[in-house]
Design a protein around this ligand. Structure first.
Ligand SMILES: [Zn+2]
Length: 485
């Protein structure tokens, strides 16, 4: 009976090499991370998925605050006239904006947008609040929901409504704004490395991929196991575009009015999609310990005679781990056999499984199994808390190392048109190639191969003397191309 259940369990998740997209959806639904909502393109984040979001959010929030930023909250509704002020910004977002046209029974005089991003409303307020150089810099972050009317949606990666944080800062100088945008890029990269165990590339977007209204968009890019890149965060140097249209001025020490320099930056619930894809395997989710809602699950193995004793000891074990600061859980559900629970917690990605049966009790050990390597260890009962703590740290590091090796293996360099086009008949991951710097060439590459320039390194690598991998013209810089989500 037990064996049958286990088979059924695994059968319900599509294998990754058979259909990666199906595997992704199966894991999300079977692990109860999220579900489709009645409104097309919207998703319900279920408690287990939301617990991951909370851990991730709290870890990032701590870092945002540690660098001097404060949280605030701005309204969801933005008057159309505000949104229309910055032309490029408006054009960029118009196709995705959802509108409120009626309040109760009354048709509104001015349509209200459900925020597709908050520059328009925040700049309006900054124009009011910022008076003198003494008010600067303004370093505000907001945790909020966003609505973008997407045509094609995918759970966590692209949904009509999603959660994010958006930082909006105002500065006295161009340099200060650029430093801020780069500081945040660094912060995002470290956060993804250290907390999510996801290695990323950092770079700058080309004009084609720039945020509408920004001077420069910096990006962090990760690689998924199907060879597609995923943009996991962006940081924009907005220059004075928004300051000029929203009239955000301040009195400088020279007694003259100056426009402020601004940045904005954000990461979204998409990071959960990245976590699922980067670390998961055919058995399901594999969570890095720092964002695992359950870091160690205790599964008692009970038999009629010894049940009471084993259960009591399993309870004590879970309690002890919690006291030691671990997120531990006792799975004492009576209606499921241990084999079922093993599979379920593998699917849900708990980094450590601790089995406790009568034989373990007799020998004074706990049988511990790592989710990432499936390595089984008999750990002396009196050493378990310290062992679990150390092992969780090791798992966190090993998961980052594994993902980093994959990223390295799947970043290739080519220096000619033919090899470049040949590679993109498949999904080669990141391809570093010489590029001429021209947008029409970039457009053509995208049309013909489906690949886009994900970023140019922050320290541009000179490619003069090479031919552009796209048009064959004179190359300027090395660019990183990929097919992307
Ligand atoms: Zn070219």
């Amino acid at each position: 009976m037990e064996e049958q259940d286990e088979k059924k369990f695994v059968k319900d998740i599509c294998r990754r090499d058979v259909d990666f997209s199906q595997w992704y959806i199966d894991v999300i639904r079977k692990a109860e991370l999220a579900d489709y909502a009645p409104v097309r393109g919207c998703m319900v984040i279920r408690p287990y998925g939301y617990a991951i979001w909370e851990l991730l959010r709290d870890a990032l929030d701590e870092r945002i605050k540690a660098t001097g930023h404060e949280n605030a909250y701005f309204p969801l509704l933005i008057p159309e006239s505000f949104l229309a002020k910055e032309a490029e910004h408006t054009e960029g977002f118009t196709p995705q904006v959802a509108w409120v046209t009626q309040g109760g029974t009354e048709v509104l005089e001015e349509r209200l947008a459900l925020r597709p991003t908050s520059e328009a409303i925040i700049c309006q307020m900054y124009a009011k609040w910022i008076r003198s150089w003494r008010d600067l810099p303004v370093l505000i972050n907001q945790w909020a929901n966003i609505v973008r009317w997407e045509k094609v949606t995918r759970l966590f990666l692209r949904t009509t409504e999603f959660l994010w944080q958006e930082g909006h800062t105002a500065h006295r100088t161009d340099d200060e704004a650029r430093e801020e945008a780069l500081k945040i890029l660094e912060l995002y990269g470290d956060f993804m490395n250290e907390i999510l165990a996801i290695p990323v590339y950092k770079g700058v977007k080309t004009d084609r991929e720039r945020f509408p209204g920004a001077l420069q968009t910096y990006t962090v890019e990760a690689l998924m196991p199907d060879g597609r890149a995923l943009q996991t965060g962006t940081s924009h140097n907005l220059g004075q575009h928004f300051a000029k249209v929203f009239d955000i001025t301040y009195l400088e020490e020279d007694n003259k009015l100056h426009y402020v320099w601004q940045t904005s930056w954000g990461v979204t619930t998409r990071l959960i999609g990245a976590l699922i894809m980067v670390h998961g395997d055919d058995a399901g989710l594999k969570l890095p310990p720092r964002v695992a809602p359950v870091q160690a699950v205790v599964v008692p193995i009970t038999f009629e005679k010894t049940k009471e004793d084993v259960l009591a000891k399993a309870h004590a074990l879970a309690d002890e781990l919690e006291v030691a600061g671990l997120r531990a859980k006792l799975d004492d559900r009576d209606e499921y056999k241990p084999g079922w629970k093993f599979n379920e917690w593998e699917l849900r990605g708990a980094p450590l499984r601790l089995e406790l049966g009568p034989k373990d009790v007799e020998k004074g050990v706990v049988t511990a199994v790592r989710r990432d390597t499936r390595e089984k260890t008999a750990v002396p009962r009196d050493k378990i808390a310290a062992w679990a703590k150390d092992t969780l740290e090791a798992i966190q590091g090993d998961m980052l190392a594994a993902a980093s090796a994959y990223l390295k293996e799947n970043t290739k360099t080519v220096d000619n048109h033919d090899d470049f086009y040949l590679l993109f008949e498949g999904r080669p991951g990141f391809v570093r190639a010489p590029w001429c710097g021209e947008t029409p060439c970039e457009d053509q590459i995208a049309d013909e191969t489906g690949a886009t320039i994900r970023f140019i390194p922050l320290e541009p690598e000179d490619a003069r003397g090479k031919d552009c991998a796209g048009c064959g013209g004179k190359a300027k810089v090395w660019a990183y191309f990929a097919k992307a989500y």
